[in-house]
Design a protein around this ligand. Sequence first.
Ligand SMILES: [Zn+2]
Length: 314
Amino acid sequence: MKKISLIFIILFLFTNLFAKESGGIMDDFKAKQVAEHTWVILGPTGEPSVANRGFMNNPAFVITDKSVIVFDPGSSKQVGEALVKKIRKHTDKPITHIFDSHVHGDHWLGNQGIKKAFPKVKIYAHPVMIEEARAGEAESWIKLMDKLTEGATAGTEAVIPENQLKDGEQIKIDNITIKSHLSEIAHTKTDAMFEIMQDKVLVTGDNAFNNRMPRLDDGSYKGNMKAIDTALALDVSVVIPGHGETGGKEVLTNFKKFLSTIYTNVQSLLNEDMEAFEMKPLIIEKLQDYKNWDNFDGAIGKLISIAVLEVENE
Ligand SMILES: [Zn+2]
C-alpha cells in the first residue's frame, strides 16, 4: 500500500513538473523571416494577461555573420529566456547587442533573460529612456506586469540599457549596420526606431501599431505623426510595428491615418464647442476601418480625451 502511494506521489510530481516545463511562453508563435538577416516573433495583440504571461510584443532579431542582435526582447525575465530559446532554434551564434525601442516595460524587461545567458551583451536605448527607467518607470512596469499576469513575470528585475543612442547614429555590427532614429516626443518621450540598413527593415517600436489600439498616455499625436513621416521617408520595404502584423510602408500610412483622423476631427469638433463625450460617436463613425482593432472599444474614449488635451494646449 505504502509503495503504491509513493508511486502515485512520484507520478503526480513528475506530471506536474512536466506540465510546467512544457507549454513555453512562445511555443505557439513561430519566428518569421522577414528579410535576409531579420526575423520577428509576432506576439499576440492583447494586453498583458494571465493567458499570454506578459508576452504581447514583437521581439525581432538579426543574425549577422558572427552574432545576433535583438530588438525589444519583451516584458519579463521569462519572455527574454523564451526568446533566447527561440533564437537557438535558428542559430548558435552569441547574442551580442540589444536595442530597446522605448521605456514601456512590455518591450524591454526581457533584457534580463538575454543578459543571464549572455552577460557581455551591450544594450542600447534613447537617453531619456535610460533616465526615465532609472527614475522609477522600471519599477512601476515590473509591478504592473506582475499584477496583470498574476505573478507570471515574478522574479523580473530591471536590466536598464547602459548605452545612449544619438539620432541618426549608425552602429556597425559585423556585416550589419543599425541606424537609430530618435524623437523628442512621439509614442513617448523615449522612442527610438531602428533601421536595419542591409535588409531595408524598420523596427518602429510603438511609434506604429497594426490591428491593435495604441496607448498615447505618455506621447503626442503630432509627435507620433512626425515620427511616422520620418519613417515614411526612409528607404525601407519591411516595417515591424511594436504590436501587430508586419508589412510594408502601408503599416505606417494606415497608422498615421488612424492618428490624424482622431486629431483633425477633435480639432474641428472643438471649434464647434463640443465636449469629448459628444465627439465620441462621431469620431468612431470615421474610424470604421479600425473598429476591429484589438481593444477598440476599451481604448477609443481615452484616446479622444488625450487628443482634446493636446489640441487645447496647442
Ligand atoms: Zn509602448
